[in-house]
Design a protein around this ligand. Structure first.
Ligand code: ZN
Length: 296
């Protein structure tokens, strides 16, 4: 089991057989970097390996579930500061190698790992859930959203074809997924429910209690039957080509990063960054100012 001190993720057991894992970085809108990733992984491992836990809830502090991946980087930490689980490592390697290895571990393979936890998982989503934040909720088996929840993939504006774990067509259906990606538009909780991406929409302010009630009702069922039912549903989705789609998309996502690096000197299209983020990003990259694209 991975060991990492808790700074950005909280672990609680609010009811019998239920673990509650909470993203606890609301001042940064729960943006995910390596610190949060490895804390989350440790929390999921803890719940997975605890015989008393049958259902896992993933929730978030603050008004918004997650702003996505932390574009401000890893705040001076390197991959050697964390208990990595894959065999690639070397996230600092030059060229495309380092970024590919880092994203392969912390976005792609962690997502697969968490999707395969042999216990039902429920995401409780309020406010904005953006880009990388989508991955965290898509790996869960059920998604319950507050009425104010909104889902968006902004990677199109950053010159990329979608967030790293490409579940879009499986979550929304192909045609709706295309529109949502092409426009980088906001998807409301109700619209997500209509498409089957969200299981239930509940009134604002009742999210915690409704999710806990749902988790407790599932926790009354036999653990092994829950485990095998989950395995069957995940397997059915994989037989629809999900795994291959995700792998193909990850390769094209990284082609996008390299394309942007060659064209603009940074791995995302700087025109798509909010001004404030661009400023911080430039500082981190040691650049006077990311070049703006002349054309698309
Ligand atoms: Zn990426």
């Amino acid at each position: 089991m991975s060991e990492i001190p808790s700074q950005q993720v909280r672990y609680e057991t609010p009811a019998a057989h239920v673990a509650l894992i909470t993203l606890a970085r609301p001042d940064a809108r729960n943006a995910q970097g390596m610190q949060m990733t490895y804390e989350l992984n440790a929390a999921f491992d803890r719940a997975a390996h605890d015989d008393q836990i049958k259902v896992i809830i993933l929730a978030a502090d603050g008004p918004h579930f997650s702003a996505g991946h932390d574009l401000a980087g890893d705040h001076g930490k390197t991959w050697r500061d964390f208990p990595i689980v894959g065999t690639w490592g070397d996230f600092d390697a030059e060229g495309a190698e380092g970024r590919y290895g880092r994203e392969k571990e912390i976005y792609l393979e962690m997502a697969e790992r968490w999707r395969n936890i042999p216990k039902p998982t429920i995401a409780a989503v309020q406010g904005k859930c953006i880009s990388g934040g989508l991955i965290l909720v898509w790996v869960c088996d059920l998604i319950v959203a507050a009425e104010d929840a909104e889902f968006q993939d902004t990677t199109m504006d950053l010159g990329l074809p979608g967030a790293e774990f490409f579940m879009h067509p499986y979550e929304l259906g192909t045609r709706k997924a295309k529109e949502w990606l092409f426009t980088a538009g906001l998807l409301s909780a109700r619209a997500a429910e209509a498409r089957g991406m969200v299981n239930r929409v509940v009134p604002n302010g009742t999210l915690d209690s409704e999710v806990l009630r749902l988790a407790s009702s599932i926790a009354e069922k036999p653990a092994f039957a829950l485990k095998t039912a989950k395995e069957l549903c995940n397997s059915a989705q994989d037989l629809m080509g999900r795994r291959q789609t995700v792998q193909h998309a990850f390769a094209l996502h990284h082609l996008g990063h390299v394309h942007n690096q060659v064209k603009y000197g940074v791995h995302v299209d700087p025109a798509g960054m909010p001004a404030k983020v661009r400023e911080k990003f430039n500082q981190r990259m040691g650049m006077a100012g990311a070049r703006l694209p002349k054309d698309k």
